[in-house]
Design a protein around this ligand. Structure first.
Ligand code: GLN
Length: 214
């Protein structure tokens, strides 16, 4: 995995259930990044960041626990590995899930409400300005999306829809209620890649400083 003395970061994508293929395409086909589907604790070893996709959060949570990935992901995230969840991924990252005690990672100091936009709004699209991104708003594809009902002081709100927070970051953990992986806009994934590159560099014993892109 080294070339010219430089480590190319590997982005893991949790592939137990959900739209992990869309994330893989975004990373590999659009951004030329190195992605690895993660289904076991062994596959998690050696990745420099992890994406938790959209899907069914109760199912992903159960499967994660069954193979021991919940504890392993928590440990890596607490060591600083960047983690990025979309939709069900955001739910799984939350410390609290309103009204239900389902398996979760608890890596974001937030309370989320699932399926928060009501029956009429099960699926919709809206432009979401993201404070950390310059340029145009991101096109948000919402599918039975959650929102962030409460957030601790360390959590940065990055974007809202109808006065509801739908994008947050807390240190190395990024959570988005919608699905950037289902659009042509790769900027959220690029943001995450930057976090992963910085982490991977920080893990090197002798980080190589590249004056061109660092
Ligand atoms: N509503 C789903 C859940 O609670 C999330 C939907 C999605 O990921 N698109 O898991």
């Amino acid at each position: 995995m080294t070339g010219n003395n430089r480590h190319i970061p590997i982005i893991g994508i949790l592939a137990l259930q959900g739209d992990y293929e869309a994330h893989r395409k975004m990373l590999e086909d659009r951004l030329g990044a190195l992605a690895r589907l993660v289904r076991t604790v062994e596959e998690l070893r050696g990745v420099d960041g992890l994406i938790i996709p959209g899907g069914e959060s109760t199912t992903i949570g159960k499967l994660m626990e069954r193979v021991g990935l919940d504890a392993a992901i928590r440990e890596r995230a607490r060591e600083g590995m960047p983690v990025y969840g979309t939709c069900a991924g955001l739910i799984l990252l939350a410390r609290n899930i309103e009204g239900i005690n389902q398996q979760r990672l608890g890596l974001l100091d937030i309370t989320v409400e699932r399926n928060a936009f009501g029956r009429q709004m099960e699926s919709f699209e809206a432009d979401i300005p993201i404070s950390s991104l310059s340029g145009a708003a991101v096109r948000g594809v919402f599918i039975r999306a959650p929102y962030v009902k409460e957030a601790g002081p360390g959590v940065e709100a990055l974007g809202s829809y109808a006065d509801r927070v739908v994008a947050v970051r807390e240190g190395n953990v990024l959570g988005i209620a919608f699905h950037p992986e289902l659009t042509d806009d790769s900027r959220m994934h690029e943001e995450f890649l930057k976090m992963v590159r910085a982490f991977a560099e920080s893990q090197l014993a002798f980080p190589c400083v590249d004056p061109v892109d660092s």
